[in-house]
Write a protein that binds this ligand. Structure first.
Ligand code: ATP
Ligand code: MG
Length: 569
């Protein structure tokens, strides 16, 4: 049975190798495991962020490469923070990334009855007890890294009393926090996780799936490994912060009548410069209005990257290149991810014209009513993308930044008396500058050379600059949103205050932009290149009467520069 699969456009790459794949391969080769089963276990307490794909691609990728299956299991043991909105968004994000769990969608809450029975099993075996200490007292009794803990006065209750109290916890007789169920392991263990960890707590809260059926909920450590065992997961892959929990994971598996024997392996978390991936912090950015929502294009969530026009292939390529990494916690440079995204977009994105800060240009010697259809290349990287027609007329828009009345020596674009190329159209020369009462430039007058149709002069003269343009009669208005990094420094919060490092200029909205008529019908989810300006995609805020575009990324690839810098002695 292997109904979980990976989209057809992801090539199987058997050359992928890392320490976890080596463990899986050895288990298969030596017959310890026949069907490889992995799982991706998100807690539905927020949206997925750009660290999660490392775990997603690893779990789904291994299942694919070894002919096994990968489950999607929601780790929904904390009803206070979990919501259906997150359950839905997580599924959408994983599919967008290119992975599919098929029929293997599970919830830890599916196993609440089984987990409860196993809690009773531990009590009956004398391996779990109900503790009346408060949360603070439990912390106090737990000891520290250097000092052993001490036994709770309630540790030696009889099995009968423990059964009675645990059943009454479940029946709702006690308020939140009054009692907990703890495993009876070893309060002197050098591993704090083994000092009688809490297995169940009382929480009178409505659960998104089980409603008010339960008022006690299992903790992560009790739910996770047992859920793995129920599902027949062979390799339970998690991030390094769970390394110290592995002895507890194994203890529970060994002391319960579970149907299979999963094993946990840990790998390092993926982090990025200029980024914070803590869901708690991301939730605050949303709830306190620092961004417009979880999918605000400045957020480091997958929903935001999708809205911003990132192709999932760029993320997957990035993950293939960085691999699992060692046990270090250093952050990946965000420029490297952007480099992979640009690489995909450069190959795929159709080129279009758009003007972000329009300046009018009138060609005095061009016939008044004439409109020509100029043939423009859709993608120089992909001849099969063909060409399109762009209307050209006497009145045009060009980019305000492409003109200077008194240009410094390095400015080669349009200036009084200077000739430039209008891409795919003609060479034009600026003859006059029109200003308003406040001395603001409002219009340029030009002449064109009719001999240069298509943009090339028969006499071979070559202007130093080529500009993009739009016919003012045909251009379509649009709002364009430009994004900069959400944080001003690569290590946000290093001085102790994340909010102080938020970039006040992370978003610039330009409402007076103009785009090629062709772009009015561009579907959400498609990214194009506005020539010379960057990659852009339509935002879901677009309405038939008002186009809105997001800048995915600018064109300048800073990754290469960073690489060159780091190679310097
Ligand atoms: P937070 O602690 O911010 O709530 P989390 O790690 O608890 O995040 P989960 O929803 O529990 O988020 O994560 C689901 C899975 O994704 C876990 O197995 C976790 O180890 C993995 N994961 C989370 N963040 C990263 C990351 N930055 N890099 C790699 N894997 C990650
Ligand atoms: Mg978690």
């Amino acid at each position: 049975m292997s109904s979980s699969r990976v989209s057809a456009d992801i090539p199987a790459t058997p050359e992928r190798s890392d320490f976890i794949r080596e463990i899986v391969a050895a288990d298969v080769r030596e017959g310890r495991v026949s069907d490889v089963v992995t799982r991706f276990p998100p807690e539905p307490n927020g949206y997925l962020h750009i660290g999660h794909p490392k775990s997603i691609a690893l779990n789904f990728g291994i299942a694919q490469e070894f002919g096994g299956r990968c489950h999607l299991r929601f780790d929904d043991t904390n009803p206070i923070k979990e919501e259906q909105e997150y359950i839905d968004s997580i599924q959408e994000d994983i599919r967008w990334l290119g992975f599919e769990w098929g029929e293997h969608l599970y919830f830890a809450s599916d196993y609440f009855h089984q987990l409860y029975d196993w809690a009773l099993y531990l009590i009956k075996a004398g391996k779990a007890y109900v503790d009346d200490l408060s949360a603070d007292e439990i912390r106090e009794y737990r000891g520290t890294l250097t000092e052993p803990g001490k036994n709770s006065p309630w540790r030696d209750r009889s099995i009968e009393e423990n059964l009675d109290l645990f059943e009454r916890m479940r029946a709702g007789e006690f308020p939140d926090g009054a009692r907990v169920l703890r495993a009876k392991i070893d309060m002197a263990s050098p591993n704090i996780n083994m000092r009688d960890p809490v297995l169940y707590r009382i929480l009178h809260a409505t659960h998104p799936r089980t409603g008010d059926e339960w008022c006690i909920y299992p903790l992560y450590d009790f739910a996770h490994g047992q859920s793995d065992a129920i599902e027949g997961v062979t390799h339970s892959l998690c991030t390094l912060e769970f390394e110290d929990h592995r002895p507890l994971y194994d203890w529970l598996i060994e002391n319960l009548p579970v149907p299979s024997r999963p094993r946990q392996y840990e790998f390092s978390r993926l982090n990025f410069t200029y980024t914070v991936l803590s869901k708690r912090f991301l939730r605050r950015l949303v709830s306190e209005g620092h961004v417009r929502g979880w999918d605000d294009p400045r957020m480091p969530t997958l929903a935001a990257l999708r809205r911003r026009g990132f192709p999932p292939e760029g993320l997957r390529n990035f993950l293939d290149i960085v691999g699992l990494g060692g046990k270090g916690t250093s952050a990946a440079e965000i420029e490297m991810l952007e480099h992979e995204v640009r690489d995909v977009l450069n190959r795929r994105a159709p080129r279009r014209f758009a003007v972000l800060r329009p300046l009018k240009l009138v060609i005095d010697n061009y016939p008044e009513a004439q409109v020509e259809e100029m043939e423009a290349v859709n993608n120089p990287e992909d001849p099969s993308a063909g060409t399109r027609k762009v209307p050209f007329a006497r009145e045009l828009w060009i980019e305000r930044d492409d003109f200077m009345e008194n240009p410094p020596s390095k400015f080669f674009r349009l200036a009084p008396g200077r000739e430039v190329r209008l891409r795919y159209a003609y060479l034009v020369t600026c003859t006059d500058v029109v200003k308003d009462a406040s001395d603001e430039i409002v219009e340029l007058r030009c002449t064109y050379d009719p001999e240069t149709h298509g943009g090339d002069a028969p006499d071979g003269r070559r202007p130093k600059a080529t500009l993009h343009w739009l016919s003012s009669e045909h251009a379509v208005p649009a709002e364009v949103r430009l994004y900069d990094r959400l944080f001003t420094r690569p290590d946000p919060g290093a001085d102790g205050d994340l909010f102080a490092d938020l970039n006040p200029d992370s978003e610039t909205v330009r409402e007076e932009c103009l785009v090629e008529p062709e772009l009015a019908g561009l579907p959400i989810g498609e990214t194009v290149q506005f020539e010379r300006l960057g990659y852009f995609c339509p935002d879901p805020d677009s309405t038939p009467g008002r186009l809105v575009f997001n800048r995915t990324l600018g064109l300048r690839d800073t990754w290469a520069r960073l690489q060159a810098q780091s190679r310097r002695p």
